[in-house]
Design a protein around this ligand. Structure first.
Ligand code: ZN
Length: 418
């Protein structure tokens, strides 16, 4: 395997481990972009001279490079999402059960609930704290193994291996923090102490759990990436790297749009179905003066590799190989936005980038997932293509993909943004 492929996969592992929450993913992308000469703007601020710019809004980030470009150059937009299914703290989380301190959680997105059992969990997110007469936002992260959701012993659940594991999210998913009795305010105090702020100043929080096992290369040849949140931090990582490379060019205007809330339907102020991207492009990038027909959105998100233990769940003519190259995603009901014109553009770019392309479609008798692609296409009215890297165990707390594909996706996006 070429050295560059491994280094990209290892860099992806670092990106993922730096990003346990959408807010941290935005922070990590912003750090990398700032190091590459991007400056951060306020979304309500004045329009600066053309250059390299980024705007953050909660778990979303929009960045672009318009220096040296014509005001009527088309847009090349890479979209991805920063959020992943997980377990999020309730506003009054403290509870006790059978002599254990526990916290109450909600399930965020379509998580594989079983994958959260018997893992050592830390927490991360953001706090809103008192700041004089106003408030400020503080990121928080605690990588100590403070919580664990123990599975019921097999002796007390004899049918579990034949009938399957049924988990009620209200009853069976409360993490245990230790023996004892919880007091109201315990968890808020823990979060405040992790953030280094006075517990009395914490007004509210958006906090979630993450598995503490580090991301790593696995397999006989170390040719797979084992990590949480591959869906969709892999695409955020590749998009960030591609924007940095494309910023040097002089043709179309490359844009990176990292949205929050894809896993719960994208309808929010920082989701792809909201006006965030359109408003920023209109205000800062002169959206109305740019050609719609020549502009294009690449909606980059995880794709399902054909599972070797469940090949019947996949269309037999559209086998998707792990580490077999980026995947174009098609769906006749527009759950993916790809059309033939967009697919042609990607195939041509893939030839120039020297990467193989795979084509995904669901079995006709199975429902299809979706992405930010259709939402973005509907808001902007710009042709959109759905593509991404093949993975297994999508929405598990621990996902799996090939170790050469991240670099291939980045190389393809670099050509597509040019
Ligand atoms: Zn996704």
């Amino acid at each position: 395997m070429p050295v560059t492929d491994t280094s990209s996969a290892l860099d992806l592992c670092r990106f993922i481990d730096s990003s346990p929450s959408p807010y941290h993913a935005v922070q990590e992308a912003a750090l990398r972009l700032t190091a590459a000469g991007f400056t951060e703007l306020d979304q309500d601020g004045a329009v600066p001279a053309p250059g390299r710019h980024l705007i953050r809004s909660g778990g979303a980030l929009i960045a672009w490079a318009d220096e040296g470009r014509s005001p009527d150059a088309p847009l090349r937009i890479v979209g991805a999402h920063t959020d992943s299914p997980n377990l999020r703290l309730k506003p009054l989380p403290d509870r006790s059960g059978a002599g254990c301190r526990q916290v109450g959680v909600e399930v965020y997105g379509g998580a594989l609930l079983n994958s959260w059992l018997d893992r050592d969990l830390g927490f991360s997110g953001r706090l809103v704290v008192r700041n004089g007469a106003g408030t400020r936002v503080v990121l928080v992260r605690d990588d100590r193994p403070v919580a664990r959701i123990p599975q019921l012993a097999v002796h007390l659940d004899r049918g579990v291996n034949d009938k399957g594991l049924v988990l009620n999210p209200q009853v069976h998913l409360s993490p245990v923090l230790g023996p004892g009795t919880a007091q109201d305010g315990d968890f808020a105090a823990l979060v405040a102490s992790a953030a280094g702020v006075d517990p009395g100043d914490v007004l509210a929080f958006d906090v979630m759990f993450h598995d503490l096992t580090p991301s790593r290369l696995v397999g006989l040849e170390e040719d797979m990436v084992s990590a949480p949140r591959i869906d969709n931090l892999l695409s955020c990582h590749a998009g960030t790297e591609a924007l940095v490379a494309a910023a040097e060019g002089h043709g179309p205007v490359p844009v990176l749009a990292l949205f929050d809330h894809e896993e719960v339907g994208s309808v929010s102020s920082t989701g792809a179905a909201g006006p965030l991207l359109e408003r920023i492009l209109r205000h800062f990038v002169g959206l109305d003066g740019r050609p719609t027909g020549d502009s294009i959105v690449f909606s980059v998100d995880g794709a399902h590799a054909t599972h070797p233990n469940y090949p019947e769940r996949h269309d037999p003519e559209h086998r998707i190989l792990l580490d077999g190259g980026p995947v174009l995603k098609f769906n006749a009901r527009e759950r993916y936005a790809t059309d033939a014109v967009g697919a042609g553009i990607v195939r041509l770019a893939a030839e120039r980038a020297g990467v193989q392309i795979q084509s995904f479609v669901s079995r006709s008798d199975m429902a299809c997932g979706s992405t930010i692609g259709p939402a973005t296409a509907a808001v902007l009215g710009i042709r959109t293509v759905d593509l991404g890297v093949a993975q297994l165990a999508m929405h598990s707390a621990r996902e799996l993909c090939g170790s050469a594909d991240p670099a291939r996706l980045r190389d393809l996006l670099v050509v597509l943004l040019a």
